[in-house]
Design a protein around this ligand. Structure first.
Ligand code: UTP
Length: 417
């Protein structure tokens, strides 16, 4: 009881310092457990960090044009059959020798889709219906069969969806994947900030926090002993991708073989940017290092610039398909990646204590991006793949990346084989 009083006083002091006293608006109406939960959360949140991120994010990210240069890439469909076979055989050799693992980034909130439950449990309307996790698992099982191995599968969840994700796998009997080759690990969270610059309540007894970006995967892997586990298993190559792209080749011997043959420690698949005016994240060298930059930072000349072979210099889009050598991961976990500000839709408790579901984005979220780690390296292997063969993400119900289109592309690729 004395502890509780002390913690309450401490929480009040913290909130007063950061002008967040509204978070205790409903305190008197809470039961003892809820009171304890709220006070303990207030004492654990790093208010200094979240407000400095917020202040820093008010300044626009400006990149001077002179610091941008093109990155070389390989176009999959331009490879000769001999080249294709050669690189694939190098990649296959590493895979059959147990050097390859897959990490699925499944800690996102999926706010645009607005689906209740972890996004990986969302079902594609196939016959029979298949969840995104099941589809990923199918891809892995197919590779396991082809190479006669079991690829270790690491799944990053968030504090918010971890329990539900694990329960889902249990209920589905891990889709008959060897259970001891699937590993779940949780990423971290940060509070969200509303348009008035304040933290919000998700419940009268709970401050709204959300996963802090897919770039947190590196530190989370370290924190949960995943890197150590990979080293023990002598895994050398780790492929990272999102939970929602249903046709991506996540076990791709070509990407792996190219990367090994060209002595790189990081690699990514890319897509050709068709419309130069679309805002996309494109690959470029920034201040001499590989990076992904927003295409709005390109001058009109850069947007259409070509090399002596007629290949565009700045048209390679990120599709969230990255390969890292374990040595690269060990280097990355020694640094902190920068935070970016995103604007997202989040439910909150209003001043009357009523839950509000906004129709448009209402909160700032702070996220690190996996690709910011590229700048720690001098080179990156880039492989341009075909959009209709490897890109069918599910982002929302009404936009270009909706479940209906994803289903069509999935069936075209896998069911008409
Ligand atoms: P997106 O940026 O598309 O986010 O994530 P999202 O959560 O799927 O959807 P929105 O933006 O809220 O609508 C790309 C991938 O990165 C993962 C997501 O789960 C998805 O697979 N991710 C994102 C994380 O694992 N953690 C995060 O903190 C954010």
């Amino acid at each position: 009881m004395v502890d509780m009083m002390q913690n309450y006083e401490m929480a009040k002091r913290i909130l007063a310092k950061y002008k967040q006293e509204h978070l205790l608006n409903f305190y008197d109406e809470l039961n003892n457990d809820e009171k304890e939960q709220l006070i303990s959360q207030i004492c654990q949140i790093n208010f200094e960090q979240i407000f400095s991120l917020y202040e820093a994010s008010k300044k626009d990210e400006l990149i001077p044009h002179r610091s941008i240069a093109p990155l070389p890439y390989t176009i999959k469909k331009d490879l000769t059959t001999e080249e294709f076979m050669y690189y694939c055989s190098i990649g296959e050799n590493a895979i059959v020798n147990g050097k390859y693992a897959v990490v699925t980034l499944a800690g996102g909130q999926g706010t645009r889709l607005g689906y209740k439950g972890p996004k990986g449990t969302f079902e594609l309307d196939t016959e029979p219906k298949k969840s995104l996790f099941e589809i990923l698992c199918e891809h892995l099982k197919e590779a396991n069969e082809k190479y006669n191995i079991t690829i270790p599968w690491y799944i990053m969840t968030s504090i918010y969806n971890d329990e539900q994700t694990k329960k889902f796998f249990e209920e589905k009997n891990f889709f008959d994947y060897p259970k001891d080759s699937i590993y779940f690990f949780e990423q971290s969270e940060l509070p969200l900030i509303n348009l008035s610059g304040n933290l919000i309540l998700e419940e009268p007894y709970k401050i709204k926090e959300a996963s802090n970006g897919n770039g947190d995967v590196f530190l989370s892997m370290k924190r949960h002993g995943i890197l150590k586990d990979m080293k023990q298993k002598q895994i050398e190559w780790i492929f990272f991708s999102g939970v929602d792209n249903v046709i991506l080749d996540i076990v791709d011997p070509l990407l792996l073989g190219l990367t090994i043959a060209n002595n790189k420690v990081i690699a990514s698949k890319t897509l050709f940017k068709k419309n130069i005016e679309d805002k996309d994240w494109i690959f470029a060298r920034r201040d001499g290092k590989p990076a992904i930059i927003n295409s709005c930072h390109l001058t009109p000349e850069m947007k259409i610039a070509i090399d002596e072979n007629g290949h565009y210099l700045y048209r390679e889009i990120n599709l969230l398909a990255h390969l890292f050598n374990i040595s690269a991961l060990e280097k990355i976990v020694k640094v902190f990646l920068p935070y970016h500000r995103a604007f997202k839709k989040n439910t909150f408790v209003n001043e009357e204590g009523m839950k509000q579901v906004p129709e448009s984005p209402n909160t700032f979220k702070f996220e690190t991006f996996i690709f910011d780690a590229f700048s720690l390296f001098d080179e990156i292997e880039l492989l341009r793949v075909e959009e209709n063969e490897e890109f069918a993400p599910i982002k929302d119900f009404n936009g270009a990346h909706n479940p209906e289109i994803a289903k069509e592309l999935y069936e075209k690729k896998y069911c008409l084989k």
